[in-house]
Design a protein around this ligand. Structure first.
Ligand code: NI
Ligand code: MN
Length: 224
């Protein structure tokens, strides 16, 4: 699976016939190296309605004739011509052609009236991926390690603080979730969310030695 960090919370995953982008924010993103036109996908996952997560979702979906997946009350506001939408509710799972997606809890705002934010646990290329979205640390993350989900291969967790978990809270999340690999996101884009990913790496390596931290710069990719 090819993992490309688009900057902020944006992640583009490509595996064989399937490609997924989560929270594409490129056009107004001061650190992005990609343009929305660069992203080729069949599926666009959005965690909530803040513009730093959905800004390019509709444009990417329309150009690729893709399907936008996200929390139902947000998704109904994103529907349009030339692409599909699929709304979900917290705790629900649905089997898509690329794998099963679970809509998970997230504690944050939403940007769309009445819509709640979420995260996702989903399968792609035989791996299980967790993208937390924007969220506080919350103890139900423990359910992802052996109760409602298990064996998370790859987790994307915010570390930027102010709007979401900061470094220390994210280290606790890693301890609870126990992913094989964790990639820090949602930091460094704007002045209020400056965080040091190397501090996160050091603290995870000390507290959760079984988890590997991969720090990606905006635009950088890796093969997993
Ligand atoms: Ni947000
Ligand atoms: Mn955000």
């Amino acid at each position: 699976m090819r993992v490309t960090f688009l900057g902020h919370a944006g992640v583009w995953l490509q595996a064989g016939d399937h490609a997924v982008v989560i929270d594409p924010f490129l056009t107004s993103n001061p650190v992005a190296r990609h343009k929305a036109d660069d992203v080729r996908v069949g599926w666009v996952l959005v965690t909530h309605g803040h513009s730093d997560h959905v800004e390019d979702a509709v444009a990417i979906a329309r150009r690729n004739r893709a399907t936008i997946i996200g929390p139902y009350d947000l998704i109904v506001t994103l529907a349009g011509e030339g692409y599909a939408t699929h709304g979900m509710g917290h705790g629900g799972k649905y089997r898509f052609p690329f794998g099963t997606v679970r809509c998970t809890l997230a504690f944050h705002g939403s940007g769309a009236a009445g819509a709640l934010p979420c995260g996702f646990v989903f399968e792609l290329d035989g791996k299980k991926v967790y993208h937390a979205g924007d969220t506080a640390l919350f103890s139900d993350m423990k359910l992802l390690n052996g109760v409602i989900e298990r064996d998370i291969d790859l987790a994307f967790l915010p570390i930027g603080d102010n709007f979401t978990m900061g470094v220390d809270d994210a280290v606790v999340a890693v301890d609870w979730i126990r992913p094989k690999i964790v990639v820090p996101i949602h930091y460094g884009t704007f002045p209020p969310i400056q965080a040091d990913p190397e501090e996160f790496r050091r603290k995870v390596e000390r507290a959760v030695p079984g988890t590997r931290v991969i720090v990606l710069s905006p635009g950088e990719g890796t093969e997993l």
